[in-house]
Design a protein around this ligand. Structure first.
Ligand code: MSP
Length: 501
């Protein structure tokens, strides 16, 4: 059996509500998953929740719930969110699931037995209010700690440490030898710069139960629970193990945001090396969304609610905007005006208008019956299809959309140049009109195929309006000539209703 293409997102903290950043990451992963399926690969797409740790314990306490009840309630919201985004994920992991906890414990036991951990004591300044150790960086210029930390006491604490430091040179060599491991390149350089300019400290992988009990107990010392990142990162492997019959590991792509790069490109590969597992093929790092040039923040009210956007504009409009506006890598800036303008220009007037006028004319002038094949736009369609195929294989989603819109614009221009509404008035031009109508209908069909990974709802509507069965979910259907003479199309209807604002 050939290996499945295994793609993951970061798993989200349950102590918060889903926002545009979470939606963005999931949409990227969903488009990559759908495109690989379209290109003929078997795919396994994983997303889920990170449920342990101090913040969850505190939030549950504040809510007068036990942590598990608290997580169960919030997990239901996040599952509903994934469904609202119509994600094609194959599993949904929660780090409180027994399958995950058991795998983490087995991993810890193995690493302990093979000498990757040691116990040591740490003396530091501890804020009881924030329940965290403070560092020198937290001191104010006069040497004191901010009163917001409450009482700060010097504390000695024993913990278990993972020997991260001894793998530093190995990791540098690995990242240098495998340029595609961290993408885009500037994120890879960031990791290399960090590794070359800092001494990698060993990683504290435990928390004393007295301080934090909402975690996975260390299998070899019940006085401690596992540090959340050592627990969370392992989800990618624990779920692969849970589906061992599918041969998922190593993962092909971990889609993550830039803030958690170090965990995925430094800790995780070293953990895997110690576990004796191959490394994921790629860590794909996206940037962060801002709104109107400022940080997204609940407290200032500078937020974008993805569900509200879907309710008002439709899911495909949301998917289109975030992918077309922002390449995977840099930070992006959401503006409502920018959103409306892309909706109007590219979706309503671009794609929507093309499909609507092409199919309406076919209906009006030829009773919806497809004329004989003609190949005038075949080369333009082949160009878009070849480019899109190549770009999808490289996860270049924004460029793929640009290439697809090359065909949308070319076909709209073709309508203007050939003026079928004029040809229709002249019986001597009947054959020319047939040619034009065939080229337009076939271009619309091919667009549905190319757009399937990005705008699945819209693609399915175009197929239905063309009177074609099923969904355009296989990329191979993008070769010219799929519509056959004599086929009758369905009912045209606007894809993106114009909005007057
Ligand atoms: N639980 C950890 C990840 C563990 S992965 C083994 C975590 N959770 S998170 O909920 O804070 O973030 C989840 C993902 O959302 C991260 O990849 C993060 O970068 C992304 N985003 C959070 N805010 C974002 C934006 N404003 N814009 C884009 N993505 C952002 O970190």
């Amino acid at each position: 059996m050939s290996k499945r293409f295994y793609i993951t997102t970061a798993i989200d903290y349950v102590n918060g509500q889903p926002h545009i950043g979470h939606a963005y990451e999931k949409i990227i992963a969903d488009v990559i998953a759908r495109s690989r399926r379209s290109l003929g690969q078997e795919v396994f797409f994983l997303t889920g929740l990170d449920e342990h740790g101090q913040k969850v314990q505190q939030a549950a306490l504040a809510d007068k719930k036990n942590p598990q009840e608290y997580c169960d309630a919030i997990a239901a919201d996040w599952l509903a969110f994934a469904q609202r985004l119509e994600l094609t994920n194959n599993d949904f992991v929660r780090t409180t699931q027994p399958r995950h906890k058991e795998y983490v414990q087995a991993t810890l036991a193995k690493l302990q037995a093979t000498g990757h951990f040691y116990k040591a004591s740490y003396i530091g300044f501890y804020s009881t209010k924030e329940e965290t150790f403070l560092t020198e960086k937290d001191r104010r210029p006069d040497g004191t700690f901010d009163p917001s930390y409450g009482d700060v006491v010097e504390l000695k604490e024993e913990n278990y440490y993972f020997k991260l430091g001894e793998h530093q040179q190995w990791l540098i060599d690995y990242i240098e030898a495998n340029p595609s491991f961290v993408q885009p390149d500037y994120r890879r350089n960031e990791v290399l710069g960090f590794l070359k300019n800092n001494k990698l400290e060993d990683l504290c992988i435990s928390r004393p139960v007295a301080r934090l009990n909402w975690g996975i107990p260390l299998p070899f010392d019940p006085e401690f629970v596992t540090y959340v990142w050592f627990d969370a990162l392992v989800n990618y492997a624990s779920v692969a193990q849970a589906h061992s019959e599918l041969a998922l590991w190593p993962a092909d792509v971990h889609v993550i945001g830039k803030d958690i790069l170090k965990f995925h490109a430094v800790y995780w590969p070293i953990m895997l090396k110690a576990m004796g597992l191959p490394l994921p093929k790629q860590v794909l790092v996206h940037g962060w969304w801002q709104k109107d040039g400022a940080r997204i923040s609940k407290s200032t009210g500078n937020v974008i609610d993805p569900i509200a956007v879907i309710n008002e504009w439709g899911l495909d409009a949301l998917r289109f905007y975030v992918l077309r506006e922002l390449d995977i890598g840099p930070d992006g800036n959401w503006t409502d005006a920018g959103f409306r303008s892309r909706y109007q220009a590219e979706l309503a007037n671009g794609l929507g208008n093309l499909v609507n006028r092409s199919l309406s004319m076919l209906k009006r002038y030829r009773n919806g019956v497809v004329p004989a094949r003609s190949n005038e736009l075949a080369a333009d369609a082949a160009k878009a299809s070849d480019e899109t195929r190549a770009l999808l294989k490289q996860n270049q989603l924004q460029s793929a959309l640009q290439s697809i819109w090359g065909l949308v614009n070319r076909a709209n221009q073709y309508v203007d140049q050939t003026a079928p509404f004029k040809l229709a008035k002249d019986p001597a031009q009947a054959q020319r009109l047939d040619e034009v109508l065939y080229n337009l209908a076939e271009a619309c069909r091919i667009l549905a195929v190319l757009l399937w990974p990005f705008l699945p709802g819209t693609s399915a509507k175009i197929y239905a309006q063309l009177g074609l069965p099923g969904a355009p979910e296989k990329f191979d259907a993008s070769s010219w000539g799929g519509l056959t003479a004599g086929h009758t199309i369905g009912e045209p209807a606007p894809l993106f209703p114009r909005k007057d604002v």
